[in-house]
Design a protein around this ligand. Structure first.
Ligand SMILES: [Zn+2]
Length: 282
C-alpha cells in the first residue's frame, strides 16, 4: 500500500513543479538523495557519537519563498551557529532550513523509513567551515555539507513551529521575503537527537551535488494538521502570474541506494523497546 502511495506521490510531484520537468543536469553519480532507509539493512556503528548543535538565535535573519519551499536563513559569516559531533569530523555552520511537504498527510517527506512516508520533512543545512570559506564553495565538495533531516508527523500543535507558521502569510508568493529574527532552530529538533541514521548523499534540489553528510533523525516531531495546512497555503507562483499554484509536493523522487551503507547510531536490536517518541512529546 505504501508502494502505491509512493508512486502516487511521485506522480503528483512530477506533474506539479517546473523544476523537475525540463532536462536536469543530474551529475549522474551513485550517491543521490533522498533514499528509503531500510531499518534491517542499516548498520549499527558505535562510533556515531551524539550530535552537538550549538545555535545562536541572533544569527537568524530572514525568511523567503524561493518558489519551491520557504527558507529561513541564518547569518553564516561567523561560527556562531554550528553543528559538530555525530558522524562529522569537522565543524559545520548553519546557513538555512526549509521543509518539503505533500498536498495531504499521506506523503510529503523525501526520505522514508521502511517505505513509511511522513507528511513533511525538515532540512537543516550546514556547511563545513573548517575546510571551506563559503557555502558556494562547500556545496561542490566532498564532505562540504551536513544536512539534518527531521520527519514531521501529525499530532499536537508544535509551539516552536508556530512562530514560523504565523509568519508564512507574509511570504505567500514566490520571491517574497520578510525579516525573521531570533529564531532558535534547535526548537525544531526532536527531544532525542542521539538516535539517527547517517549516510553519504546529495542535495535533493539542483545542483544535486553529492556533497552531503545526511543525518536523518529517528524520532519525528509532532505538528498539527492546521500547521501543515498553512504550509500548503503558500504558492509556487509570484503575484503577477495568472494561474496560482499551491506549494505542495515539493519533494524529489527517491533515488537508488547503489551499494551505499546507511549507518545507525542506535542498536537495531533495541528497536522493539518503547521509543522516546512515545514517552516524550513536545
Ligand atoms: Zn531539502
Amino acid at each position: 500500500m505504501d508502494c502505491l502511495k509512493m508512486q502516487k506521490a511521485a506522480e503528483h510531484n512530477m506533474n506539479i513543479h517546473p523544476m523537475w520537468q525540463g532536462p536536469l543536469a543530474v551529475p549522474g553519480g551513485d550517491r543521490q538523495s533522498p533514499i528509503d532507509i531500510i531499518q534491517r539493512k542499516s548498520v549499527f556503528d558505535s562510533e556515531l557519537k551524539p550530535l552537538v548543535p550549538d545555535y545562536d538565535p541572533d544569527t537568524c535573519q530572514q525568511m523567503w519563498n524561493n518558489g519551491y519551499s520557504f527558507l529561513v536563513e541564518y547569518d553564516d559569516t561567523t561560527d556562531k551557529s554550528t553543528l559538530k559531533g555525530g558522524p562529522l569530523q569537522d565543524k559545520f555552520r548553519l546557513c538555512q532550513f526549509h521543509f518539503h511537504w505533500g498536498e495531504c498527510n499521506d506523503w510529503g517527506s523525501e526520505h522514508t523509513v521502511d517505505r513509511r512516508l511522513f507528511p513533511a520533512e525538515l532540512h537543516l543545512v550546514h556547511w563545513n567551515s573548517d575546510k571551506y570559506s563559503l557555502f558556494e564553495e562547500a556545496v561542490m565538495e566532498d564532505n562540504g555539507l551536513a544536512v539534518i533531516g527531521v520527519f514531521l508527523k501529525v499530532g499536537k500543535r508544535h509551539e516552536g513551529l508556530q512562530k514560523l507558521v504565523d509568519a508564512l502569510p507574509a511570504i505567500r508568493h514566490k520571491e517574497s521575503i520578510v525579516e525573521f529574527t531570533r529564531f532558535d532552530a534547535a526548537c525544531l529538533l526532536p527531544s532525542n537527537i542521539d538516535d539517527y541514521w547517517a549516510y553519504h548523499g546529495s542535495l535533493t534540489t539542483p545542483p544535486l551535488t553529492e556533497s552531503v553528510s545526511w543525518i536523518v533523525m529517528k524520532q519525528p516531531i509532532e505538528v498539527s494538521h492546521d500547521q501543515l495546512a498553512v504550509f500548503r497555503s503558500l504558492l509556487f507562483t509570484s503575484a503577477e502570474e495568472e494561474v496560482q499554484k499551491s506549494m505542495v509536493n515539493n519533494f524529489r523522487v527517491q533515488q537508488p541506494l547503489r551499494g551505499r551503507t546507511v549507518r545507525s547510531s542506535f542498536s537495531p536490536f533495541l528497536q522493539e523497546a518503547p521509543s522516546a517518541e512515545d514517552k516524550h512529546s513536545h
